[in-house]
Ligand binder design. Structure first.
Ligand code: XMP
Length: 315
């Protein structure tokens, strides 16, 4: 059994010994960075600056929820609203690896600006084992450049502190439960956010569509699981595909795009099986999505691909 209390105590002590000046951490609101930030806060308190970048690629209501959660843990948080910068940088970018690179680089630029403001010497990161393994950390070829690993500039002068580096996701969730972090059981969300769920051109309108679709999938699955109609999958979301098909909207011919619903069972995200979902729930999701984003989407499909050969996200 993984002894969470001892791990937290030892990790905090190690950081206390190691970090003698200002440290900065990028908080995404995900379980990994939140756990790293809460432990670092226990260790070095006032020396820790947390930065959350609202990229405009977050889920519905996410920024407010993240701010409230981090405030509840007493973290010293700066929120940078950067939606405009992200959409500008991503205009005309559709190739998945290029997209991740642009997002990662802009993130680093914004982060460096914040670092300069506080004069940080250390960078605390919530990197966990699968992040560096999948980013080609010498073990496997790069599958996708996960931006919390792949995007760091070579000339970076910050000293990196990674208290969760050897842990797997279930262990980090155990830590989060011990630390009473609200997102302990929240499903994973990719660093590049909704950008990797919006295939094709990244526009405010299309990201809005995928944001609404993801919210509907989350709501319906969570409600159905509460009512005992299905088991909650390990991860579940929607992606918008730049595939248009003919449909009818009212009495009028429509030519809208396609939303794919994805739900998988997995232990650590390294491999996954698609989840079998009762048709009545999928049907409700389909109706709600097409009604909510009227005209923009006229077809909803369900992805029945395991990983491998597919990855969990579509990009
Ligand atoms: P894939 O799509 O590669 O995803 O099968 C495996 C798990 O990782 C999440 N994911 C990411 N997480 N930064 C992250 O922190 C990323 O760039 C990233 N890309 C994918 C994905 O949601 C799944 O849980």
């Amino acid at each position: 059994m993984f002894d969470t209390s001892s791990f937290i105590e030892e990790a905090a002590q190690k950081m206390k010994d190691e970090i003698d000046e200002i440290a900065i951490i990028a908080c995404s609101g995900g379980v990994d960075s939140t756990v790293a930030a809460v432990i670092a806060n226990q260790a070095i308190g006032g020396k820790l600056h947390c930065v959350y970048v609202d990229t405009g690629l977050m889920r519905k209501n996410e920024t407010k929820e993240i701010q409230e959660m981090l405030a509840a843990h007493g973290l010293n948080l700066t929120t940078v609203f950067a939606e405009e910068r992200y959409f500008q940088a991503l205009a005309d970018v559709t190739e998945p690896e290029h997209k991740r690179k642009v997002i990662g680089e802009l993130f680093i630029r914004i982060f460096e600006e914040e670092q300069a403001k506080v004069g940080a010497k250390y960078l605390v990161q919530g990197t966990i084992a699968p992040d560096w393994i999948e980013s080609g950390g010498g073990v496997r070829d790069t599958i996708k450049s996960h931006h919390n690993v792949g995007g760091l500039p070579e000339d970076m002068t910050l000293e990196i502190v990674e208290p969760l580096r050897d842990l797997y996701k279930d262990e980090v969730r155990d830590l989060a439960r011990t630390l009473k972090i609200r997102v302990a059981d929240r499903q994973p969300f990719p660093g590049p956010g909704l950008a990797v769920r919006c295939l094709g051109p990244l526009t405010l309108e299309r990201v809005h569509v995928v944001r609404e679709a993801c919210a509907i999938v989350e709501e319906e699955f969570e409600k159905a699981a509460e009512e005992g109609k299905m088991e909650i999958p390990w991860q579940y979301f929607a992606a918008l595909l730049p595939v248009r098909s003919v449909g009818v909207h009212g009495d009028v011919r429509a030519y809208g795009e396609t939303v794919v619903v994805r739900a998988v069972q997995s232990l650590d995200g390294m491999s996954a099986r698609y989840s079998e979902i009762p048709h009545e729930i999928l049907a409700k999701i389909s109706t709600r999505i097409t009604n909510t984003v009227k005209g923009a989407v006229n077809r909803v499909v369900y992805d029945i691909t395991h990983k491998p050969p597919g990855t969990i996200e579509w990009e």
